[in-house]
Design a protein around this ligand. Sequence first.
Ligand code: COA
Length: 136
Amino acid sequence: MPYPYSLDLAHDWIGKQEAMRAEDEEFTYAVANGEGFIGTCGLQAHADGTHEIGYWIGEPYWNKGYASEAARAVLGEAVARFGAETLISGHFWENHASGRVLTKLGFRYTGEDHRWCLARQEKVRCLTMRLAQMET
Ligand SMILES: CC(C)(COP(=O)(O)OP(=O)(O)OC[C@H]1O[C@@H](n2cnc3c(N)ncnc32)[C@H](O)[C@@H]1OP(=O)(O)O)[C@@H](O)C(=O)NCCC(=O)NCCS
């Protein structure tokens, strides 16, 4: 995500959601707790038939299990709604919390590449991961 993240960027992103859902391109869920909206977790369909899972949680709510709970629920949706067989994901090498969320779900490391980080405006080493449904 870009940083700083302006209200205009948020409006723009929310505005695209309906069209992306209609095209089965991307399906994003809001993550909410008793206080309201605290983050998102979603799926992106790729041309090779894989589905990529991604998420963020507002910093005041980190380390309370929200991303793990949301990702597990979205994984269920990936199978039920999209018939997903293989899920992929990845995280920047130093994002250990995200790696933990994914390994707890059964994702395994497959390799690494360098991806453009919008927030830092530089390429960052990214560890790629995969979950084959038959392993769950
Ligand atoms: C990554 C992120 C989604 C995690 O959300 P969260 O709700 O805090 O995650 P959870 O509480 O479900 O799980 C975090 C796990 O990481 C562990 N963890 C946290 N910081 C860690 C660290 N520095 N090193 C190792 N493990 C760490 C926690 O102990 C927990 O594991 P556990 O359940 O075994 O105790 C959140 O930090 C975030 O939104 N970051 C910014 C956006 C982002 O990085 N998105 C993912 C892009 S790949």
